[in-house]
Design a protein around this ligand. Structure first.
Ligand SMILES: *Cc1c(COP(=O)(O)O)cnc(C)c1O
Length: 399
């Protein structure tokens, strides 16, 4: 998964070009910067790469979600539907904008179950956020069709699936917008950073101005003159150093995914010999970014037994049901409404709990996640790591 595996001269060269100008700010300083606009160039390159019309760089994937929700007009009293298997950032952004996160089951894709989505839509639903977890797509066509029928915009959280495609089309370009993360463990990384992509010019203008204190970018693009403001914004601006890193990493993204696909296929062939094993449904194998490899056992006891053998042989897998950052029942701070705010916001308002989260609410996901094992797929797979993993999988196949 992580782009840090391939840091090299390209990243160094890009960053040095920024130091040569001495300008770290993405806007202004026209006299000093010698025409070097790394963040702007990165946005253009990312839009071209994904096939989106517009791209807006921001400080993180979490900020990208928040900026996109703000640009879509989501706020207090609204409901936003996402899936119960995701990173906490997805619903942190929903809460931060003042809306309530509602969670759906995941299906064999390990992503949003469209049938459950349909059940969770109410008159308060203002956005739907399918997450392309572990590098591979949600059933985005079905989700989009349901959303369209109800007139609700779709935001694709593509933080874990940069470089992934469905039938040749980049994930993040199916909905009204898509968001990406370039944090330190993502497939391409700028250390910290994020991006919103969209084909909607008005949506992009909202993102651009909201992320920059509301500066009117139509009147004075990126400048700091006497331009007005259409609304109150915030600061989620990306630095030039991150833009430079992004340019170098983006150029390596397809190569990283290709290497991961190759390594994943090796793991999959070995895992296929385990009795009763099944695999995550990947809607487009050729477009899989292959950052992770997920396989299922018939029940949680068998998954635990297999994982014990894998662990004993130095190649334990992740069971996300045991991981407190990515799965709904383990988010005790959300379930218990823990916040620093003395009046209980955003969980409480006017002395009342706004929404009760029941830890048993997603039984199908709990059952599925309890018997799913996951390997992260490295870009650079050393011979010893490959041999250790293959040997462990062979031992599991003897069970
Ligand atoms: C990493 C991640 C984010 C948040 O990105 P940051 O850049 O770390 O803020 C959002 N959603 C998902 C699914 C992620 O994996």
């Amino acid at each position: 998964m992580p782009g840090f595996e391939v840091f090299g001269e390209e990243e160094k060269q890009q960053v040095l070009e920024v130091f040569d100008t001495g300008v770290l700010f993405r806007y202004e300083f026209a006299d000093q910067r010698n025409g070097v606009y790394k963040v702007r160039e990165f946005e253009q390159a990312f839009a071209d790469y994904t096939g989106a019309v517009h791209a807006q760089a921001v400080t993180s994937g979490t900020a990208a979600l928040k900026v996109a929700l703000a640009a879509m007009g989501v706020g207090i009293g609204d409901e936003v539907i996402t899936q119960g298997f995701t990173f906490v950032a997805t619903w942190e952004a929903i809460l931060d904008i003042g809306a309530l996160p509602i969670f759906t089951e995941v299906d064999q894709t390990l992503n949003m179950d469209p049938a459950d989505l349909e059940k969770k839509i109410t008159e308060k639903t203002r956005a739907i956020i399918p997450v392309h977890m572990l590098g591979a797509p949600a059933r985005i066509h079905e989700i989009k069709a349901i959303a369209d029928r109800h007139g609700i915009p779709v935001l694709e959280d593509t933080a874990q699936a940069a470089g992934a495609r469905l039938d040749g089309q980049h994930l993040g370009t199916f909905g009204q917008c898509g968001t990406f993360s370039f944090d330190s463990v993502k497939t391409m990384t700028t250390g910290e950073g994020g991006m919103v992509i969209t084909n909607d010019g008005e949506m992009w203008r909202n993102c651009s101005e909201y992320h920059d204190h509301g500066h009117d970018h139509a009147v004075n693009p990126g400048g700091r003159g006497g331009e007005g403001r259409r609304f109150v914004g915030f600061n989620y601006r990306m630095m030039e150093l991150q833009g430079a890193m992004g340019l170098a990493q983006l150029a390596k993204l397809d190569g990283m995914c290709e290497a991961q696909r190759k390594h994943k296929a090796v793991f999959k062939e070995a895992a296929a010999k385990i009795a009763g094993v099944g695999f995550r449904e990947i809607l487009d194998e050729a477009g899989d970014s292959a950052t992770f490899f997920a396989f299922m056992l018939p029940d949680s006891e068998q998954a635990a037994r297999v994982n014990q053998v894998l662990r004993d042989n130095g190649a334990g897998a992740i069971n996300f049901a045991e991981n407190s950052w990515h799965f709904y029942p383990a988010w005790e701070h959300l379930l218990n409404g823990k916040t620093l705010c003395r009046n209980g916001w955003p969980f409480d308002a006017h002395g009342k709990r706004r929404f009760i989260y029941d830890p048993e609410m997603l039984p199908a996901s709990s059952e599925l996640m309890s018997r799913t094992l996951v390997y992260q797929v490295p870009v650079n797979l050393s011979d010893s790591q490959r041999d250790t993993t293959l040997h462990a999988l062979e031992q599991a196949a003897r069970l």
